[in-house]
Design a protein around this ligand. Structure first.
Ligand code: IMP
Length: 448
């Protein structure tokens, strides 16, 4: 039988590009959808026929019931978060457990990882899921006879000693950092034990599970979490996540040899956003916006605060980019899926995108959130601003509005979107395969 292949899909900006909905749309073309990096820090929203699923660890291919699902060794798994998510998705009527397998080499996010992250990572503005600490302990392996890197395979061998080790690691962390807040030992034990019971049967004993499947003919879609600019080594360090988000890592973290690679798919959104701190060249309002959005690690000026405090339509008319950014965030609903943290807003940055496309050698690109560009029609300049290669700020170039938009198919694309697609293809040297014009499955227009 002929061997199968793997495609890799990644976000090319700062996360939240809408990767989940693209994966959902193309998942029918694959036998298996797999995660290769990150953990419950990812927030992938998939909307299908009235069902709105906020996924963190389960691959976004879950809605396509014919695809199998896999979590690779490059991921870190919070057992309690995964168990809860499986129950949530199953309660929505989808099958998960019969289809999901987890690599035995995946590391486990332990309680002390989460408590330390929440206590000490506000300088980066992390999601507070213990991701950095889990990857750090994976690299530390063992210190003074204490096993720090606990993996899924350990749960298959001696669950009792795994829980004991996690509690000892927590005790040791509290000795070093007495101020960290944590629930009682008995609560932790109960939560972990219940989660282990649900997750353990999904752990495969075979580290070559996915690789063998591809060799026997299966097609795999690797789904990246976070995005290129957040790569732990190649992103804007230290304002990055703790895993590799670039396309090449799919094969290390996804447990398939690179021999089977077919193509690389990128996703970028046309009104950009970033959560957490760090440089963001096309941000509307620059550092003022960054400081405002990150006050109290995003909790002060959250969705509810802005809804109570501002009139979005008024802000859209403002001359001040900072205010325009708030107005756009409100009308586009750009807040953290679970946290309500405000996402920093920026104009579409072709300079940044060009670099990300080159660095990952993207074969085809999807542009998302294109319908939202029409909000710029109500701004004072009434045009779509873009940052173009060579420009230093948000005022690279712009696309003026002509007629009212109807967003139905590639043949009747508004002229403004046609221009945007052509400019993107020319400046980034990549084919735009499709554009998202709304959250529903039917609102993805194939271009080429
Ligand atoms: P961590 O991944 O929780 O350690 O957070 C590190 C940085 O990555 C912070 O700036 C987070 O806001 C950002 N980040 C992590 N996951 C996502 C995501 O799914 N979307 C957007 N940003 C993310």
């Amino acid at each position: 039988m002929a061997a199968g292949f793997a495609d890799v899909l990644i976000g090319l900006q700062y996360g939240d590009e809408g990767k989940g909905r693209i994966v959902d749309a193309i998942a029918r073309d694959y036998n298996i959808v797999a995660r290769f990096n990150g953990g419950a820090n990812a927030g992938h929203t998939v909307v299908v026929e009235g069902l709105n699923l906020a996924l963190a660890l389960i691959p976004s291919g879950v809605i396509n019931q014919s695809a199998s699902l896999y979590i690779g060794s490059g991921c870190v798994v919070d057992l309690a978060a995964l168990a809860k998510e499986i129950q949530m998705v199953e309660a929505a009527g989808l099958s998960v457990r019969p289809r999901l397998r987890i690599s035995p080499y995946t590391s486990i996010v332990q309680p002390h990882h989460i408590f330390l992250d929440r206590a000490f990572s506000s300088d980066i503005g992390t999601t507070g899921n213990g991701i950095g600490q889990a990857y750090a302990d994976r690299a530390l392996r063992m210190i003074a006879g204490e096993l720090l890197n606990i993996r899924c395979i350990d749960l298959l061998q001696n669950e009792f000693s795994v829980v004991e080790q996690m509690l000892r690691n927590l005790e040791n962390a509290t000795k070093l950092y007495p101020s960290i807040e944590r629930p009682k030992r008995s609560v932790i034990v109960q939560t972990i034990s219940e989660a282990i019971e649900l997750v353990r049967p999904l752990i495969t004993t075979d580290p070559l599970y996915l690789s063998d499947a591809v060799e026997k003919g299966a097609s795999v879609l690797f789904e990246g979490a976070q995005s290129y600019e957040l790569d732990v080594a190649r992103g804007i360090v230290p304002y990055v996540t703790a895993s590799h988000t670039c396309a090449g890592y799919a094969y290390t973290g996804g447990d398939v040899p690179p021999k089977f690679h077919r193509k690389t798919i990128g996703v970028a959104k046309t009104i950009m956003s970033r959560v957490g701190k760090g440089p963001f060249a096309s941000e509307l309002g620059g550092t003022r916006s960054e400081e405002y959005c990150m006050a109290e690690n995003g909790r002060r000026h959250n969705r509810d605060y802005e809804k109570k405090s501002y009139d979005a339509e008024k802000l859209l008319k403002s001359d001040d980019d900072f205010e325009l950014g708030i107005g756009l965030r409100m009308v586009c609903g750009e807040y953290g899926t679970r946290t309500g943290r405000p996402r920093r807003i920026g104009v579409f940055d072709l300079e940044q995108l060009k670099k990300a496309v080159r660095a990952n050698y993207i074969d085809e690109l999807y542009l998302t959130r294109c319908d939202l560009l029409e909000h710029f029609r109500r701004t004072k300049r009434a045009e779509i601003p873009l940052r173009t290669p060579g420009s230093s700020d948000t005022n690279g170039t712009s696309i003026a509005f002509e007629n009212a938009w109807e967003l139905q198919n590639a043949q009747s694309l508004p002229r403004e979107l046609e221009k945007l697609v052509t400019m993107t293809e020319q400046s980034c040297g990549v084919t735009v395969r499709g554009i998202g014009v709304g959250p529903e499955r039917s609102q993805l227009i194939e271009c080429r």
